[in-house]
Design a protein around this ligand. Structure first.
Ligand SMILES: C[S@@+](CC[C@H](N)C(=O)[O-])C[C@H]1O[C@@H](n2cnc3c(N)ncnc32)[C@H](O)[C@@H]1O
Length: 303
């Protein structure tokens, strides 16, 4: 299983080794070498030399903007990482409160049915053929969390015995009700963003959530995983797309990590099967955000 956490560790230790060994000249093109990036003996000459070159080629105001940009960007990354770590440690929702999500996705313009997040027809088809279908048990009772306007529900509905669509946004569920009005194997639930009261214990063979857990705070994901352990039948499979990197520095993405998600599964008696971010022939297709992963997991038969 490819674990995002171990990738983070690998990246961290790789960059530590590189930063100790990298001479000033080897700083990335277009960047001023920092004290950490450069060997301290050659630091003053390297930094001053590059700064002088840039000042000569530009002007003092440009240089001030450039240096301020670099310093504030670095400070921004630092403070965002602290905020995200605090969300995880103290069970804080950050910007991803349930009220915010309910409002955001109720006021959202759904006129493109979520296809605005589909990079290409080939990408979409491969996600269905190479990720969704291989994980889907035969004749399954399925649950989708956060269907939005039904971008993936339309793929699930003809392939399953029954499908429950649960979304925090009443507007999303209204759209799904309209879209699947003629399908007697689909049922609908507006939920509180944490729990699945409409779904009975051990009634589900397959769980799907794509482009949803990016918006859900770790504390709510914890509640969902505990609910999944309740509603999944032994042998059931789940496929959930979520941040693997703690939310990166983009502000709005959930602070979830690949490691923490796997830990939540274990805590609830569920087993991660694999975490991945590319699929299809030769791993040709990948998640739009480099920090995201998909976790596939099962509820073991003897639990
Ligand atoms: C970016 S849209 C994706 C919709 C759909 N999955 C797709 O890929 O087209 C996010 C969806 O997740 C829903 N959502 C956000 N937070 C949720 C939560 N805590 N529980 C259930 N649904 C949630 C939103 O209402 C919205 O429908």
């Amino acid at each position: 299983m490819e674990m995002a956490g171990s990738r983070e560790n690998a990246r961290e230790s790789a960059s530590t080794t590189c930063s100790q060994a990298r001479p000033v000249e080897a700083a990335r093109p277009g960047e001023v070498a920092s004290p950490v990036e450069s060997g301290h003996e050659s630091l003053p000459a390297g930094v001053l030399g590059k700064t002088r070159d840039r000042l000569r080629a530009n002007d003092a105001t440009w240089l001030a903007y450039h240096l301020l940009h670099r310093a504030t960007a670095r400070a921004g990354r630092f403070f965002d990482a602290r905020a995200r770590a605090r969300e995880r440690a103290k069970d804080l929702p950050g910007v991803n409160t349930r009220d915010y999500n309910r409002r955001l996705w109720t006021d959202y313009d759904w006129s493109r049915s979520g296809e605005e997040w589909t990079p290409s027809a080939e990408w979409r088809q491969s996600l269905v053929d190479d990720v969704l279908v291989p994980a889907l048990p035969q004749d399954a009772d399925a649950l989708e969390i956060g269907p939005g306007a039904g971008r993936w529900s339309g793929e699930l509905q003809p392939r399953v015995r029954s499908l429950v669509l649960a979304d925090i946004s009443p507007a999303a569920i209204d759209l799904c009700r309209e879209r699947f009005a003629a399908c007697d194997n689909v049922s609908f639930a507006v939920n509180d963003g944490q729990h699945l009261p409409a779904v009975p214990r051990e009634s589900v063979d397959f769980v799907w959530a794509f482009d949803v857990f990016l918006h859900i705070a770790p504390l709510d994901q914890r509640a969902y995983v505990s609910e999944l352990a309740r509603v999944m039948r032994p042998g059931a499979v789940g496929v959930i797309h979520h941040p693997g990197d703690g939310g990166s520095a983009e502000g709005w993405r959930s602070a979830m990590t690949g490691e923490l998600f796997a830990e939540l599964l274990h805590d609830n008696g569920l087993l991660p099967v694999r975490q991945f971010r590319s699929w299809g022939p030769g791993g040709r297709f990948e998640l739009a955000n480099p920090g995201d992963v998909i976790t596939e997991f099962v509820k073991p038969r003897a639990m």
